[in-house]
Design a binder for this molecule. Structure first.
Ligand code: ADP
Ligand code: MG
Length: 384
């Protein structure tokens, strides 16, 4: 199915119509964790796991959605679409359609085929890829085009308001705006962004600890509250600090003693992580990969010790990578408490690195990890 021609044939066989085909990638965050809701910086890259959408118009007023991943088809009346989520994969494309309709666009009937190789629910953002590819396909059908950042915001709203998942803007933004062989430094305050090259001899090796992170669990909101409480202390002295993005490490030296110890630790992570993320972008722009790797190492220590957002298994995955040939830098990526680590690795060593890391991790934890060798890829676009 990686072959768009095979995907096209599948659509034609099912819907007896020629599709326009679109692709949107998954993503990995290289650095910048829990900085988004502090209006700070993140630096993700789009990866070469992606979701394809084929779309063709219908004349019967129906919207028919088919996912090859689930082998499932669902049919809806375009004039009477569901207004609520139903805990089904169709929530994502229906959410996108609902948000576009809310923008005043008239949505005609269509057939939409979907297939993706972004592992579902592994933290590589198959959901954002699905939303962005659906939005591109539907917009093209009705002859409307939005700039990438606008598209990303609409897709984030589909996930927040329709699906009911409280995600930030990063996933949809990088899926819509990523560039091949580049990372993207995103300013979550105003959505301005900068591309920074990742040399083609560097692979993004993503190692899944197989420990489930739970954004719905209590840890994420607790961490967020703790870091926001630290910000409130700083703001009581220095009113120009509505978010930790605006705070400095000197602020913590001055007023840290007024904060709960955990709040101080969380804030130290967020403030230093913002500095590291901007510095990592500058290092990429200079081609200084050793510095990028060093910053990733510091970021992991801060995430694990100050933010307490890691877990035994993720710490093991990062530690076990350290002396493997080809490693440039390793850290836990994503919301924390499990999930995946991101390893920048020399491409020529990537296969051996992945094999050795998997063996070491299985030996130490008794868990067989999934390891993916990826590369920084382009953002969403039309294929044919
Ligand atoms: P992640 O974004 O980390 O992969 P999420 O739980 O946010 O995990 O999103 C995964 C969900 O997105 C799946 O459970 C499914 O409902 C939906 N999804 C993603 N890709 C597809 C696809 N190709 N076909 C149908 N549904 C998909
Ligand atoms: Mg998701």
């Amino acid at each position: 199915m990686h072959d768009p021609a095979v995907f096209r044939s599948m659509h034609v066989a099912r819907f007896h119509a020629e599709p326009a085909i679109f692709v949107a990638p998954g993503r990995v965050n290289l650095i910048g964790e829990h900085t988004d809701y502090a209006e700070g910086f993140v630096m993700p890259a789009a990866i070469d796991f992606a979701t394809l959408a084929g779309i063709s118009p219908r004349t019967d007023g129906k919207i028919v959605l088919y996912s090859e991943n689930y082998g499932q088809e669902r049919s809806f009346e375009a004039a009477a679409l569901p207004t609520k989520a139903s805990q089904h994969w169709t929530d994502y494309p229906l959410g996108v359609v609902a948000i576009l309709a809310g923008e005043g666009l008239a949505i005609p009937g269509f057939s939409l085929s979907l297939w993706g190789d972004v592992p579902l629910g592994s933290g590589l953002s198959s959901s954002a890829a699905l939303e962005v590819v659906t939005a591109l396909a539907v917009l093209s059908l009705i002859g409307v085009s939005y700039p990438g950042p606008v598209l990303a915001r609409l897709c984030q709203r589909a996930e927040n308001e329709f699906v009911g998942a409280n995600c930030g803007i990063m996933d949809q933004f990088i899926s819509a705006n990523g560039a091949k062989d580049h990372a993207l430094l995103l300013d979550c305050r105003d959505l301005s962004f900068k591309l920074a090259p990742i040399p083609s001899h560097v692979a993004l090796v993503i190692a899944n600890t197989m420990v489930k992170h739970s954004v719905a669990g209590g840890d994420y909101p607790t961490r967020r509250r703790e870091s926001e409480a630290a910000c409130a202390v700083i703001a009581s002295h220095r009113p120009g600090v509505p978010f930790l993005r605006d705070a400095t490490l000197e602020d913590l030296e001055k007023w840290g003693h007024e904060m709960a110890p955990k709040s101080l630790m969380r804030a130290r992570h967020v403030i230093s992580e913002n500095l590291r993320t901007v510095a990592a972008c500058e290092a990429l722009l200079k081609g200084d990969m050793a510095e990028v790797g060093r910053l990733m190492g510091e970021a992991h220590t801060s995430y694990s010790q100050d933010f307490e957002g890691s877990c035994v298994e993720a710490d093991a995955m990062v530690a076990l990578a350290q002396d493997l040939p080809g490693l440039i830098g390793a850290r836990l990526t994503g919301g924390g408490f499990g999930g995946c680590t991101i390893n920048l690795v020399e491409q020529s060593e990537a296969a051996g690195f992945a094999e050795a890391l998997a063996a070491r991790y299985a030996n130490q934890t008794g868990i067989v990890p999934q390891i993916h060798i990826c590369h920084a890829s382009g953002g969403a676009h039309r294929l044919q």
